[in-house]
Each structure stands twice: as C-alpha cells, then as structure tokens.
Design a protein around this ligand. Structure first.
Ligand code: AMP
Length: 341
C-alpha cells in the first residue's frame, strides 16, 4: 500500500485480536503496522494484514519505538496484550495517539474498583467472600495475575477451600460465588461521536479443561488422576453465539449503564469496544463477573461481521473495522481528539 504523506496509520501489537484490527483498518483505507515479538510475526505476514512489521524482543519495547511510530502518524489500538504484558500503569505513560480511554484500564485491572463501577451501574454481580471462613455456598477461587484461568478451583465450604488452596502457596486470590448457568460474553462498542452504545455480538469461551471434562463419564472422572480432572479455565478459543432476543433490551441497557457510570469515575468515561462477561441462570438473571474495557478476543469469530452487525451495517463490520470507522469519521469531522485517550 502506498502511504500518502501525512496519512494516519493504525498500529497494534501482533497478538490477541490484531488480525481483526489490522484487517478492519485496511477495510477502512488505513495503512497498518504490526509490532510483533520475535518469532510471532508469521500470522501477520501470512494473512497480509500488516503493511509494515516491526520486530521487538519484548512488548515493553513499544516505548523504544515511540519516536518512529510518532513520525509514521501511528494510532495505537489497544487489546488485552497491552494490559497483560505492559500493564496499565506503563500504558498511561505512552505518548502515542491511542484509541480509547487509558484511565479506565486501571478500573478493569483492579477487582475492587471494577466491583464499585459495575455495582454503581446497577449490574448484578456474584457475591465476593472476604475470607474463606465466610464460604456458605459453591465458590470459584480465582488467582490474580496473568495466568488466565489456570488453576482456578471450586470449593463448597471453608474446609474444602483450605484443602485445595494448599496446591497454590503464596498466590493472591479472590473468592467469588460460583454462578451455575451458561456463559455469555456481550461485546459492545460505544461511539463518543454519536453517543450510542452498540451491541456488536456475543461469544462463549472454549476453556481447557473445564469444557472437556463433560466428555468423559463420571465413572472415568473418578479413576483418572486428580490433577487431570481438576477443572481449569485456560481459554483456548471462542465460539459465536446469539442471545435469546428477549434478553436484548437488558443487554443494551447494561452496556449503556456501564458507559454512563464510567463518566463519573474517569474524565470522558469509557468509549470504543468493551465486553461484559456474564452468566445467565435458569431464573433468567444476568450476572456479570468481569468487564473488559477494550476489544476482546471473543469478537474474532466475527471478522466478517456478526448477526447483529449484519442487521445494522450494509457491509461486513467487525469490531476491528468499527474502531477504524470511528477514527475515520473523527478525522473527517475534525474530531480526532475526541476518540484518542
Ligand atoms: P475470569 O478470569 O474471571 O475471566 O474467569 C475465567 C473463567 O472462569 C470464566 O470464563 C468462567 O468460565 C469461569 N468463571 C469466572 N467467574 C465465575 C463465576 N462467578 N461463576 C461461574 N463461573 C465463573
């Protein structure tokens, strides 16, 4: 792609949802840059989504590229790898144009802050137990840090908890009520230009080994080694779903409520893509156990659009493309500052 002088480019780290982000940027006419860790650049070359590939040793080397990226007029699109491998504190120091609100990352990274935000937005959250002695129902014990869902375990009472926690010495954890139901991850896009919060799609996660345990009988589970059948929630993929239509009004309102409340906690509030991680119960309650305040990998199955974006847009509209569209409109309307954090 020939880049016109002074033209903005879209750049992101080569992982998580970069294929979608860069493809979406191309669809909207932006030249693209993938910043890849050494040895991880193949997908971005093979799928031809990156006009330029910059290789780094560590993702934090992004800061060494600041001058170069500034000269190239690169707008950074964040995804989970920025939070996971660089961290929200460092990200706040990034001086490059950045799509989204940096300040909100702290609120999604800190479980206590996240709880305050979502509760104030009126969402229903699983109960959190301050200490193991308080456990009076099924709970899920989650560890802090970048390990994903590895090693999370279920416990039914304090005794059970103390028995199982022995395998995880020194790890920080949170004890959350286990909600029995089906998981539904709702993807949103909030446009600061129009003020609208759009539903982009839904997914469910494919997690190992919790999604595999049901494939063997209880009898076999009993004889297999304990560590093989202890559930683990390591995400390995995403599966598209549509939600029962009568749930949609609530999902739309939940997204709007989260955005409204975000404006009270950080200047300008949350904008761009975000996701509410939910469990839906037979009583038709929607519990939210987590928020991701940026694009989620659950949007990756919808590179050609989701059932919801097919209704709304005349062309295939992924979340990645929706981001580029917002930037394009902002440039056209001379409002770029409004979408950059
Ligand atoms: P998280 O690290 O919070 O995204 O959780 C990882 C996985 O654990 C989720 O994708 C769910 O499968 C499961 N999970 C987390 N919290 C709960 C909960 N409160 N009730 C039921 N399942 C949960």
């Amino acid at each position: 792609m020939v880049v016109a002088k002074g033209e903005w480019r879209i750049a992101t780290l080569g992982s998580h949802s970069a294929l979608q982000i860069l493809k979406g940027a191309h669809d909207e006419g932006f030249p693209t840059i993938a910043i890849c860790k050494k040895g991880k650049d193949k997908p971005y070359r093979q799928f031809k989504v990156a006009d330029e590939i910059l290789i780094v040793q560590e993702y934090t080397d992004l800061f060494k590229l600041e001058k170069q990226l500034k000269e190239k007029k690169a707008i950074i699109i964040p995804h989970a790898s920025f939070v996971q491998y660089i961290g929200h504190e460092k990200m706040e120091k990034l001086s490059l144009p950045y799509f989204g609100c940096k300040k909100i990352l702290e609120w999604e990274s800190n479980r206590d802050k996240e709880k305050v935000w979502l509760t104030k937005a009126g969402l229903k959250l699983p109960k959190v137990f301050a200490k193991p002695e308080d456990i009076d129902r099924a709970v899920i014990v989650k560890f802090h840090g970048a390990g994903g869902g590895k090693g999370y375990f279920l416990a039914k009472n304090p005794k059970d908890f103390y028995k199982k926690i022995k395998a995880h010495p020194g790890k920080g954890y949170v004890i959350q009520e286990y909600i029995l139901g089906v998981h539904m991850y709702a993807h949103y896009f909030h446009s600061p230009l129009t003020g609208e919060t759009e539903i982009m799609g839904f997914d469910k996660r494919y997690e190992s080994n919790v999604d595999g345990i049901g494939r063997i009988t209880a009898r076999d589970q009993m004889v297999l080694p304990q560590e093989k059948v202890d559930p683990s929630y390591v995400i390995v993929g995403n599966i598209p779903v549509v939600v029962r239509e009568s749930f949609l009004p609530r999902f739309i309102e939940m997204g709007e409520d989260v955005v409204r409340e975000s404006k009270k906690i950080v200047p300008k509030g949350l904008w761009g893509p975000f996701c509410l991680e939910c469990v839906l119960t037979p009583e038709e309650e929607i519990y939210v156990f987590e928020i991701s305040a940026r694009i989620v990998a659950g949007t990756n199955p919808y590179i050609h659009g989701s059932p919801y974006t097919w209704i709304r847009y005349p062309e295939p509209m992924s979340t990645g493309r929706r981001i580029a569209r917002e930037i394009k409109i902002a440039i056209e309307q001379n409002r770029l500052k409004e979408v950059l954090g």
